[in-house]
Design a protein around this ligand. Sequence first.
Ligand code: SAH
Length: 260
Amino acid sequence: MNNFKLPSLPEVADIWQQTLHWTPTVQQQVQFQRLYEFILEGNRQLNLTRITDPQEFWEKHLWDSLRGITSLLRDGGVGGENTSPSSLTSPTPLSFIDIGTGAGFPGIPVAIAVADSTVTLLDSTRKKIAFLEKIGAELDLTNVKTLTGRAEEVGQHPQHRQSYDVALIRAVGTASVCAEYTLPLLKQGGLAIIYRGNWTEEETKALESAVHQLGGIIESIEKFTTPFSHSIRHCLYLRKVATTPSQFPRPVGVPSQKPL
Ligand code: SAH
């Protein structure tokens, strides 16, 4: 790392508290700052993200990543009743997979915030995964695992199929593609969280049949506004209620070429 001073993330303990009812510890704040610095550095060689301004990075990468999982953790979503409503600690340690994690979003902020759970970061680009392995070691994230591969293939692999409590996916494809990538990887009762920008009722209706074919239901859809730029975001929460038929996910490329 060079000697010149890298920009600092905004000090926003009050915004974390007001919006997510959670405040990062000093250690977590340091991890967020170091993550930011590593990504700025990594951006010189790898095209990781166009978001480099500190405030924008905080909002679009850190806050947005954690906003998607708070209701799950607060309501005890997957693991039963949550006894500590004001913390991001899950009731029982959960296994997360972040599909198409890119520069590590939402998976790395989740791994930092929910240190008792494990987070598997999956991406088809080997270089990105190599970079994330370095970040995991530098930030001392012992709960992070990495995996290079295609969601279509990993979803058919016995070691990964039906193995996760929560599958996260942001900015990877259309909602039906995201459903086909996430649901096969979930245990029965598990939750897929699809991060979206805008979302409409019509899109919900159009997605229902795909989710049903994959053994899921659309459990809820949350709309929220980001704290700085006041942009609209949605998270779709899909619950796996039945076994996913073995033909899903279909071979590489098919989910996007022939959407369900
Ligand atoms: N989730 C991150 C990155 C989104 S970019 C974020 O929100 O910032 C999409 C990423 O998904 C890319 O890194 C790309 O390599 C990966 N990807 C696309 N299709 C994939 C597939 N079928 N399986 C695994 N990774 C995939």
